[in-house]
Design a protein. Sequence first.
Length: 1048
Amino acid sequence: MSNLTRSGGISSWSIRRPVAVIMLSLTVLVVGLFSFDHLRVNLLPDIIYPDIRVRILEPGTPANIMEDSYTRQLEEQLAITENAVRIQSSTSEGRTAVDLSFPYGVDIDQALQDASTRLDRAKRFLPQTDEAPIIYKRDPSQIPLMELIVSSSERDSIELRSWVDYELSKWFLNIEGVASTEVGGGLVREIQVIVDQEKLAAAGYQIDDIKTLLQKENTNISSGVLYMATRKLSARTEARFQSVEAIGNLPLSESDPQGASSSLLLRDVAQIIDTHQDEELRIRLNQQPGVKLSIQKQPGANTIDVAYRVHRQLDWFKSHGLLPNDIQIEVVDDQSVYVSRALKNAAYAALSGALLAMLVVYIFLRDIRRTLIISSAIPLAIFITFFIMGLGGISLNIMSLGGLALGIGLLVDNTIVMLENISRHQTSKMNNDGNNNKDNDRSPDTTAATQAAAEVTSAITASTTTNLVAVVPFLFIGGLIGLLFSELIITLSAAIIASLIVSLTLVPALGARIRQAPVTPSEKNKPSIFKTIKDKYVALLQLTIQHRHFVLSIFISALALSAYLIADSKVIFFPTMDEGKISVNISTERGTHLEEMDETLKKVESLILQQPDVETAFVSSGGFVFGRSQFQSSNRGSISVQLKPLAQRNHISSKDWIKKLKKQIKKMQLSNYKIRMRVKGIRGIRTNYGDDDFSLRIQGPEISVLAETAEKIIELIKDIPELSNLTHSYEEDNNELIIKIKRQRAAEFGITATDIGEAVQLALNGQSITKYLDGDREFDIRVRMKRSEIRQIRDIENIIISLQNKRSIRLFDVASISINPSPGMIKRDNQLRINEVSASLSADTDYGVLMDKVFERLQALPLPEGYTLYDGGTLDSLRKSESKSVTLLLLAIFLVFVVMAVQYESLTNPLVIILGIPFSLIGVYLAIYFSLDDQLSMPARLGIIMLAGIVVNNAIILVEQIEICRQQGLNIIQATTEAASLRLRPILMTSLTTVFGMLPLAAGLSEGSEMLKPLATIIVYGLSFSLLVSLLVIPLLYLLLHRKDANA
């Protein structure tokens, strides 16, 4: 130890310069307050998943055509993107989504740029689509900050959608922090040119003539510049359609057999209608139809601030009369509400913990002035931490706030040790001297304070360092766990370092100035509760020392049993965070009309809204739309239920609410419908490749074999009680029309497969040809056939195909039509087809045990040649996290040992301290059994690692005091007993302040506390039991490892 440390070092300087120390402390408070005001606020740390998605929409195109024409091409090009490690896709009717994954730590912006370059190359091989492919990062910042439902008492769905698209959505784009808006639902205006194929063929025209006419006539072309004598004028042709009627008045030229020409207008062969696109999706909020507007914030923006600005903008529009009287806007989802509640609860837990810790300190000290000195460590350390958070770009979230809340008890540990030692030295000196010597330059108080500070500086530094080295390795774990918990570790570490600085500066400076009154003989003889406790403890310790081998054997036996039971606990990834969000998904047979699906949804919606705990029910019929994600299928629907806050529903969990609703839905007898209900997970946290709790993947080439294999798997595992809502990707078959071309006949007429395909497409879906400009709004002009004329297969067979010689034929002349089954969805993993068997899990299932049970049953299922079965990702992530947790725990213990060995220049005493760590597992098991429902989650594992650095604090204080007593001439047993007696009060105080400081977080009674409750609970139980270990086992271990000295 250096001379600086032995002489008191910074503590001695602080005692001499109290004014400087106080001014510096006030400066820290001001700077910290300024930093706090500028911290971003979010629910979770900035989790940037290394995933990119490319999405293509082509309505009406069957899934297998989408796979062949789009998915395969995209996969081939995107798979060779630099650093890409996995490529997955999901293809359904009219939609392809390809996901590209990269390793954690990759610059996702650069990856997005590289993938965009690959997409540009892929576009050369893709068919033309109405909507260009979009590419974006799949990270939580893409989750909408807020979703609004806009309804009107006067406007129809077309007018409402147009108003939201072109007015309301634009109002929010200039708000600071808003990145984009997305609109879904309602009816999109469209100008349709409905061709009469009979009249068109009679006039000798083809559909291509109509398409070419619309494209060439609806244009404004720059025509150059006219240079005049004194000025110049630009020229342009003005031919954009000025009205819907103008489209119908477009002239067609017709030549009769005699060569005379007559005028034929477009309206003579087609009907021009100002209407809407086909309705694919219906949206309602609490039974009120409307249009959905999603607002996305910019990455890194403050969630609460941006939401506040959006609400303020809406209020401003209302107050200034800019919002039409017929418009109603309801908030269906607002992330800031839950974020605000969760952060307030975390702050409340921190404040409650601080008050409880101070109460413990006061009970022991019975001195309000000294209690306030110790209390000063908390705000100072917290504001220093805020400053560090600001420098590091760390947001205020439940993890960073949780780190502060967890550290509240730890923050006062060093100050307690320092002030208690100063107080003891001052009391001892005063009692020895009788009263203060006022003639000295330095009073006995400051002299005693300097000596006391020098005595414990080493122990304080060692204990702080061990706290840090136990958790800092967690920063290097990487992956999702590292992203999620790194800010907690950083804030906790910063707070601990800050508390060390405060304990070595402000506490000695103030503690030295407090006059300690001498203890009078009457007070000395007055019995006290603490003296009684100390006397009984010393007697117990002496008895324990006499039977040391028996006592150690009892503790070792309890440790062995606890370790076995911990290993047998249920292993889960994360505890469930109950935001009160329920997802109800309903599906039926493919081909079901939207109207029929919507009627069923209305029945379920009505039942849900009758439940007293429901706040809102958002219905999406015919698919879903969520920010940039959208999926359309008339046989599907979803209801997003938001329950009231936990306190307002008598703390009924979301899973219990689902159980109750399932019983009521069964009575509705919806036999042809599949209804899946689940609690929505933590926003932005994914532990597997898909979205379900449980996932198994079968990989192979043939869809029929994949579907058959999945059915067999479900049959084998369906009675496993932990699994519910079992389904697979190909469970819903679809039917499609197959137009098989008679190539010889088609060649005789001079037409190609493309000509036939376009003719059928025009009849069924039409084709968007150009845009109609109405003011500053653009709408599609679509050429199609009359919907009422195409109702049966024979109607398609009778489609007229015009030939070049102005003759025409029917489709049945060159093609035959049949109905074949086809998959509703095709999933692929690394460019190979897969079928995903998915399910929901019962509350906090041990995933590892479940998968062992599943694979044991599947041993009876031989897979076809060329097919493989593997886990959907959760099991692999869980096993990796378990392995990393064990590695980190061992690394933490090793680093703690290294720090102490360097500190003491010895191996024996550090070994004494290290051997006390495993006994804390007894307390860990008690926590798992009594408070955590026998579950060992990732936060609980982090708690065990943190515990390894915390429990050594008391042992360090005790062992260092034993060494001091031995240097004063006491034998080893006397020194051990005397040191334990002297350090009983600081050990009790530091342990109890830490425990009581974490109690509010460990109670986990409020929203947002679920993630940190296991961590805090492990530390509370572990540290509580380690208090017994420090007071009884550590002295025995010291005697055991120094038995040569005892025999000397």
